[in-house]
Every structure is written in C-alpha cells, then in structure tokens.
Design a protein. Structure first.
Length: 685
C-alpha cells in the first residue's frame, strides 16, 4: 500500500462454520498482510479444531456454543475490536492471496471509498455467475466502522447481513466500490454438506435475503422466522422438483438399454458343474434364474453361495413389524425369513436345499470387509443386527468373524469342495457396494484356488433405473445399460424358453419379503434373455513397458452428474524399469472436499495370507495424503497417480486394484476391482 498514508488499525473478522480445514489457508494469508493488525476468528458452533488451527497464526478465537448464524458471528467479532476499519472474509475461500486482501483494503485506507465489496472473477463458474447476478451479496468486504455505528444489533439477520450492510451504506450516501478479485472462488454449500442438506441451507440463505429485501419500514426489524421457513420450504420444493426432473431425465436416458441384437450368445465350454455367487438371497434368481433352470433340466450340477442373509433392510422391518426399526431381533428375524425364501425360490428352479450355501456375512457391509475390516482382529459390526460375527445357525460357518479374511476363507473352502468348471458372480461396475465387493472377493477366491479368471462370468443387478422399461415385460430382451455397453466387458446373452421364464417367475414369487417394496425391480429381470459379461484381464509384459486401461462408465449416476469431481473415468496400470504406476483418471479436476482412494491387494505364491498385503493411496484435502512406505504419488489436473517400486512387489503374481471417490460417509463412484497379472521373474528385478 501507499507508505505515505497513515495506516489505521485494521481488524479482520473470519466467521467459521465447519470450515476448519480451509480457515488455515485464509489465516495464513491474513497474517502476511502487514496492514492487518488483528485477526479474529469467530467459531459459530463448528468444532474445536478452529481454535487449534488459529493458535498457529496468533489469532483471537471467539466461540459460540451453537450456530447462531453468520450475522451473529460477524457481530460478535465486531464487538470485540476497536479498529476503525474492519475486513470481513469468509472461511471457505479457494485461491485467496495477499493481493486480494490489499485490493479490498487499499481504497478504504486511502479514503477513496467507505466500503469495498469483493467480486470473484476468473475462478469457478458457479462463483462467477453468482457474483454477476448479485455482487452485493459478497461476504468479502472492507468498511469503516462509522458506517454501522448507528445500526442496532443485527445478530438476527442471518445470511441477510450482506444485504443489510449494503443498504445501510447506501442510505447514508457512503461511497461503495466493487473490487474485482481475480482467481478467487468459494466452495458451494452442496459440496460442503451434500446435495440435499446443502440445497436446504442455500434455500434458507435466499429466504433470509428475500425477507430482508421485501420487508418495509425499519431495516432493523427482527426477522420473521415463520415467514423465512415457509418461503424456504416452498422454494426448496420447487427447486427440488426441477432437480428431480432434470437429473432424472439425464439418469434415465443415460441408463437406457442399448441395442442388443449384436450381442453373442452365452457359451459354456464345460457346464457340468457351475458355481453361482450372490450377495443377497434374491440376486441369484433375478440374474441367473433362467440359467439355473436350464442347467438343472440338463442334469448338470449347480451350487449357489449367498454371501449375506439380506438382513439390512430397515424399510421392510418397518413394513412387517409396524414399529421403528430399532430392534436387532427384528433384523435377525428378517434374515432368517429371507434365508427360507431363498431356499424355496431355488427349489422352484429344481435345486435341492443341500446345494444352497449361506455364509451369513453382513448385509450392506461387504465393501467395508474388502476395504477397511480385512483383518480378523478388527471385525466389522453390523449397524442393523449389532453383530460382529455370523449369527445364523444354518450358515456354513456360524460364529465366523465379520472380516475380509474370514469371507475369503469361506469362499475358498466352497470352491475347493465344489471344483466348479465356471463361476457366475456380480459385475464390478454394479452400483450396489455389496455387489462390486462380492465381485472382488470372487476374483480373489478364484485366484487363491488356482482357477483361471477366464472361467468367470458376471451379471448386473443394480444400475440406476435399469433394466428399462421397469416392471414385468416377459417378451422383451435384457440389454446392458448404454453407459457400460461400450466398456471393457464382453457381453453375452442367454435366450430363455417360455417354460424357463415361467420357472423364473415362480422363483421370484417366493421372495415375499421383497415384493412389496422392490417387486418392480425383481420382475424387471423376467425377460426373454439373461445378460452375462466376461471381464477384461490385464497381463503386463515380461520385459519393457506395458499399459493396461480399465474404463469406468461416466455420467452413469446422479452423483456423477451433479457432484463435481466425483466421476471416475478409468484406471490405468503401466510398468517401467522402476516399478508399476497406477493412474486414476477423472472427468473433472479433483475436489479437496472429496476423498479419492486407490486400494491394491496383492497375491503371490506361496500365499501365507492371500490378499492381506495391501497398498493404500488416499488423496484428501482433509487429511492430506496417506500412502504405504516406500511409495509416492503425484496429482495433476484430471488424474491421480500412485507408484509402487518393484522391490515392494517381490513374489507378487496378481494385483486387484480398486479406485473409489467418496465423501464423508458414502462411496459415490468406483472403478474395479480389476485384475492385473504380473510375471514373477519381472517382479524380482
């Protein structure tokens, strides 16, 4: 700034609500500006982490016991300082620099303006668009405190504080200057809180602003919260309807069945013994019911392994018991009932009960077993049954702990006893976490037992609104969704006769616990054909460089369409003289509010504990980067890259790689698990 100008005291006030991870960047910039003599952080009920973060920058921290709104946070900070100039800065800014702060302060310090309002430009298009439409709503501003000396307490204005400050300055005929802030942007509420909660907070913000702008009389009248809530609900419902129609249209069009007249028929070189692996008691029937009926009619042996009892279904518990789904006994009873229904359904297809094996692992927990709870020492605990081991006496191994090791052991035992000539299991692109996890466990078990993955056929059960059209259409064919029809999978169809379709329909009818709520989905699979896929396998060359690309469907779900940075594009494995490089490609720039994980489980010989050796890479704006020892990773605009040296892969034959994009609680997109075969001689370099 101009060194000849007398520098008054300047206080920077930063309201924090659940922005502990970003406030450090903002404070680091503020403390580098010599003109800012005091930095005040107002923690509006977010977390204790803001105090620890601010302590590193010698800032004052004022805390509210609960969230009182943005206006109350700014008012608290204002009452704690006597500086004649204050600077308001939001904590969720990205790209903030010292030049931005100086651009806001300079006109006020030099007397060319009484208030400056920052206008984000050249950053994210959402922030740019919002600033162009309503630039006076910006939270980045510098002002002289004498502008607001006459204002009564505005603690109850909520998100309407920016509008109130701008109106007060105009009423007093003060000079207001809009300052462009190039490269600055903000994180949206939908990204911070999730779409539903973030949209609700956005509607509340608009309600506060509209109520302030539309009311008459004294600008310091308290907010009519009843009116705010009423209009917030109306606007939320209207925008929610628009969002549902728009995203639903995209979703349905994207998942519409493609033409299937060019798909080859299913070939079974040796159908004498077939093993079918299903995550839940109804998946075997809807995906392979016609195949089972055809094989049993030809006197071939078929064995069905069901990994869970399907006991994690709160809506069905409420429907049956007519009470809240809080009792563990209700979920266990549902699991026993679904087990009986699964046996009865397979009997309709000609299978004896002795050929049906239930493992009893946790419903909606198989992905956790593969990713987090692999070791038996740290078993998974079902949030529904509150059990951490198999609770069903009719399971293969009652009391088996809920862990990835235990599930793999049970699958190995079944495969070694059955000795199947071909295996049917879920497709890794299935959107249900239990299904893609079951695909990973199946591939691991086949490799452990010495079965070639070329004997694996996969089926799809969950993929948005697919199959289309929904409902009972026995004269239509089953075709793959358009989003995955052009991927790596080679799809095949199995034609069904009228008698086989009738048997499959009778088997679906046995699942009474599922018909009431998901019958429209179950009956959608009773069609003229069944769909199966052959997965690609990657074999890296013995010498020199090699590359394998596993493609992932893009824009296939609502999350991939609406949440920036979620959509994964492909997983690439390549080798060089130093090791193996795994690259996770995205369709957009990675977002710091999301977590990207790359989990590689390795298999070698002799296997002491198959697939227990893992390499985990994580990119997260919250926790930084986690990686195993002796590995490193790099990030660029649209990809995340991990490197594993050859010495870390000694004695490894095969890698199963899985890429995941997730938020705090949910996996939003995934690619894999994909098998990458390595040559032992090459690995030992």
């Amino acid at each position: 700034m101009n060194s000849t100008q007398t520098q008054p005291g300047i206080a920077a006030i930063v309201p924090v609500y659940n922005e502990v991870n970003r406030v450090g960047n903002v404070l680091e910039v503020l403390t580098r500006v010599a003109d800012v003599t005091e930095v005040i952080v107002v923690d509006d009920g977010s977390s204790d982490g803001s105090a620890e973060c601010a302590s590193h920058f010698c800032c004052r921290v004022l805390q509210h016991r609960e969230n009182q709104g943005k206006a109350a946070a700014l008012w608290t900070g204002l009452q704690a300082t006597k500086c004649p100039i204050v600077l308001f800065v939001d904590a969720d800014l990205t790209g903030l620099t010292v030049e931005h702060i100086r651009a806001l302060l300079l006109p006020v310090v030099q007397g060319r303006a009484d208030m400056t309002i920052g206008q984000c430009q050249g950053g994210r298009w959402r922030t740019n668009w919002a600033q162009k439409v309503a630039g006076w709503m910006s939270g980045q501003r510098a002002l002289r405190t004498d502008i607001i000396d006459g204002m009564a307490s505005w603690r109850d204005l909520g998100w309407g504080i920016e509008a109130a400050l701008t109106r007060e300055a105009k009423l007093r005929r003060r000079r207001i200057l809009q300052v462009p802030l190039h490269g600055l942007s903000q994180v949206t509420k939908e990204e911070k809180l999730g779409y539903l909660r973030g949209s609700w907070q956005r509607m509340r913000m608009y309600g506060h602003i509209l109520h302030f702008l539309c009311r008459r009389g004294n600008s310091q009248r308290p907010v009519n919260w009843f009116l705010v809530r009423r209009w917030s609900v109306r606007i939320s419902l209207l925008l929610g309807l628009v969002w549902t129609l728009a995203s639903g249209w995209l979703y349905i069009v994207n998942a519409a069945a493609s033409r299937q007249d060019a798909l080859p028929p299913l070939t079974l070189p040796n159908p004498n013994c077939t093993l079918i692996i299903a995550p839940h008691p109804d998946d075997d029937v809807i995906a392979c019911g016609g195949l089972i009926a055809k094989l049993r009619e030809q006197r071939h042996d078929v064995c069905v392994v069901i990994l869970t009892n399907g006991d994690g279904f709160p809506f069905e518990v409420v429907r049956e018991t007519k009470r809240p789904p809080w009792r563990c006994a209700d979920y266990l009873e549902l699991g026993r009932r679904r087990q009986k229904e699964g046996i009865n359904a397979l009997q309709q297809l000609g299978m004896p009960p002795t050929s049906v094996i239930f493992l009893g692992f946790p419903d909606r927990g198989l992905s956790a077993l593969w990713i987090e709870n692999w070791n038996t020492s740290t078993p998974y605990r079902s949030p529904y049954t509150q059990r951490s081991s198999v609770p069903y006496p009719m399971a293969l191994h009652p009391g088996q702990p809920y862990s990835g090791e235990a599930l793999l052991q049970d699958l190995n035992r079944v495969i070694r006893e059955v000795k199947p000539s071909q295996v049917f299991a879920p497709h890794p692109d299935d959107s249900h976490p239990d299904h893609w996890a079951a695909s990973a466990f199946t591939q691991a078990a086949m490799l452990t037992c010495g079965l070639d993955l070329s004997k694996l056929r996969t089926y799809l059960a969950h993929y948005g609104p697919w199959p289309t059209p929904r409902g009972f259409h026995p004269t239509k064919d089953l075709a793959p969704p358009s989003a995955i029809s052009s991927g790596n999978t080679l799809w095949q169809v199995l034609p069904l006769s009228a008698a086989e379709r009738s048997l499959k329909f009778a088997a679906v009818e046995e699942h009474q616990s599922q018909k009431a709520l998901t019958g429209y989905h179950l009956y959608s699979f009773v069609r003229q054909t069944e769909l199966f896929g052959i997965l690609p396998e990657g074999v890296l060359p013995l010498q020199g460089k090699g590359t394998i690309i596993f493609r992932d469907p893009v824009r296939a779900t609502n999350a991939e369409i609406l949440v920036p940075g979620v959509d994964l594009k492909s997983l690439t494995a390549s080798t060089n003289s130093r090791g193996i490089v795994l690259r996770l490609d995205l369709t957009q720039t990675p977002r710091s509010l999301l977590r990207y994980s790359l989990l590689i489980r390795s298999y070698g010989e002799p296997p002491d504990n198959p697939f227990s050796r893992e390499f985990l890479f994580q990119w997260s704006g919250r926790r930084g980067v986690d990686s195993p020892e002796a590995c490193h990773q790099e990030g660029d605009a649209f990809a995340l890259t991990a490197f594993i040296p050859w010495r870390r892969l000694r004695d490894c034959n095969t890698l199963l790689a899985l890429g995941i994009a997730s938020n705090r609680n949910h996996h939003l997109d995934h690619v894999g698990a994909c098998a990458v075969h390595l040559c032992p001689a090459h690995v030992q370099m």
